[in-house]
Design a protein around this ligand. Structure first.
Ligand SMILES: [Zn+2]
Ligand SMILES: [Zn+2]
Length: 557
């Protein structure tokens, strides 16, 4: 008897790191391999990935990896996943499928990781591929990046649609709306399961069209007398195109600032998805040569990312662009949840410099790439799924998406609100959740990936909060007596001067503790270190009201 298993390893109960495993008769197709960015508590962690151990253990069963679109929360973990798969598996890594832009962006990403010879294949929408017991088809959708696709996986039991990120934009900038006829056809043929984007399940109505942003940008630009600096997601090619069009209309030159802004525009223009008249672009270093009213800068940094071009400008630390009064910085993006603080800080620094800021609160210069409630209902009504599993959202939005499904008449018993690691199993007798595999996360720390090491993170938090005291004590291996003055080193401790004043007393304390240990016949280095840890910790807390990390080192000579 045939059985389908849909196992989300990320993206369900959170926004970020989407990865869904679809299994039929022991064969696997992976849909998306995304990442999320760390929270401030994850000190020193660069990226967070879904734990894909499940896939590494079944590497030989993977028929393909399909990427719905080029956003980091869908493709960001791909280099790590294919690298680990290639290392584990004797067979070559599975092929990766996606639309033209998605594949071009994935290729550039793999190259950045120095990963070559992976099998990346463009798949045109509407072409059907056989992948073992599953068939694969992409359906063209609209989103805040071109080439976003829904994934249709056919099986003996019926079809599964994973929508990817979508909105039903009736007037997209490239004139290619979502393939509504195909979705309706899938619905008429009888869809087994719909796994749909829940991002905007809390917003009543219909999302504004991306093409409504262009005129609003033009209107705002035409009021600006000085330079215009626009920031948006570098991957939002149609937004960048509309900024370019507005600049052309106002006879301004354009500088693309920020590595990913230039890279993505190049990739898109090579594919014919973006264009600019000859002579429009100037190099960032030429910005200062032109009169202010002749310049539009398009910059990365809409999320307040610490190393981004805009953040550097706001900190007066950008090589080519020094902000000054008269400049207008236009945020053509809204902060992704979690980035609000960094964005607000950036905005305030820009005001401090004397420039003006326009955000999406001031004018309709941003449109979300995710459909609102009426669009989620439209998807449900077009595809008429037997079962519904909301994905791509936190638990609140998953719940709201379920309510929308009920509102359009889906039987509540056929709506499955899951979580990462909980597989939905479907066979001839119905659908139910299977055994939880407890999907966790993996951290990228520099170039290494691994399990989250709680101790390492706790250490980093302690050090980052209150600093570190290192005490080196040298004792005789014969009798445990102190043979040299203890050394006390501290780093990152607030109230440096007070800490300085403590060093002498700390040395005495260390000697006393060592004497006591010696007198008590305590000769084990690690036990002495424990004594030191306790004594120093208590003392430092009494004096500084802080709990820095205490690292005693006992050296025997
Ligand atoms: Zn997404
Ligand atoms: Zn997206």
């Amino acid at each position: 008897m045939s059985r389908l298993r849909i196992l989300p390893l990320g993206g369900v109960g959170e926004i970020g790191k989407n990865l869904t495993v679809v299994e039929a008769d022991g064969r696997i197709v992976v849909v998306d391999a995304g990442l999320r960015f760390p929270t401030p508590e994850m000190v020193g962690i660069d990226l967070v990935l879904p734990d894909f151990t499940y896939l590494l253990e079944r590497a030989a069963a993977i028929e393909a990896i399909v990427i719905t679109h080029g956003h980091e929360d869908h493709v960001g973990a791909l280099p790590f996943l294919v690298r680990e798969l290639a290392a584990r598996s004797t067979a070559s890594a599975p092929p990766v499928f996606g639309g033209a832009l998605t594949i071009a962006m994935a290729r550039s990403k793999l190259e950045e990781h120095r990963l070559k010879d992976f099998d990346l294949r463009e798949l045109e929408p509407a072409r059907v591929l056989e992948l073992g017991p599953l068939s694969l088809e992409l359906v063209h959708m609209t989103h805040s990046i071109p080439d976003s696709c829904a994934v249709v996986l056919g099986s003996e039991l019926g079809s599964v649609v994973i929508t990817g990120d979508y909105k039903f934009d009736q007037t997209p900038v490239d004139g290619r709306p979502a393939d509504v006829p195909r979705l309706a056809e899938i619905g008429r043929d009888g869809l087994l399961l719909l796994c749909g984007d829940s991002t905007n399940a809390d917003r009543p109505g219909v999302a504004p069209s991306e093409s409504s942003v262009g005129p609003a940008l033009l209107q705002e630009f035409s009021r600006c007398e000085g330079r215009i600096i626009v920031t948006s997601f570098a991957s939002n090619i149609h937004r960048v195109q509309q900024v370019i069009d507005a600049a052309v209309a106002l006879d301004r030159k354009v500088a693309l600032v920020g590595r990913s802004m230039r890279k993505n525009f190049n990739i898109a223009s090579n594919l014919g998805m973006a264009e600019a008249p000859d002579g429009l672009f100037i190099q960032p270093r030429e910005i200062e040569d032109l009169p202010d009213e002749k310049v539009v800068v398009i910059s990365t940094g809409s999320q307040g990312e610490p190393l981004s071009a805009l953040r550097r400008m706001a900190n007066n630390d950008h090589r080519d662009v020094q902000l000054h009064s008269g400049d207008t910085v236009v945020f053509s993006a809204t902060p992704v949840p979690g980035n609000e603080r960094a964005v607000n800080e950036t905005i305030d620094r820009i005001y401090e410099i004397g420039a003006t800021v326009i955000t999406a609160k001031d004018a309709p210069i941003h449109a979300s790439g995710h459909g609102w409630q009426e669009e989620i209902k439209l998807m449900l009504n077009l595809t008429k799924p037997r079962y519904v599993m909301p994905v791509h959202g936190d638990h609140k939005r998953l719940r709201l998406h379920s309510e929308l499904a009920e509102a359009v008449g889906v039987d509540p018993a056929r709506i499955f609100r899951g979580r990462n690691g909980l597989p939905l199993e479907i066979d001839e007798s119905g659908a139910r959740f299977g055994e939880d595999i407890h999907a966790g996360v993996m951290y990228v720390d520099g170039v290494n990936i691994g399990e989250p090491d709680d101790a390492a993170l706790r250490d980093r938090r302690e050090i980052s909060a209150d600093g570190i005291f290192i005490v080196v004590a040298t004792v005789s291996s014969d009798d445990g007596s102190v043979v040299a003055d203890p050394e006390v080193i501290f780093r990152g401790v607030a109230f440096r001067e007070e800490a300085d004043a403590l060093v002498e007393e700390l040395s005495d304390l260390v000697e006393d503790t060592l004497d006591e240990a010696s007198a008590a016949g305590n000769r084990e280095a690690h036990l002495i270190e424990e004594d030191l840890h306790e004594a120093i910790g208590k003392f430092v807390f009494q004096r500084l009201r802080r709990r820095p990390m205490i690292l005693p080192v006992v050296v025997e000579v």
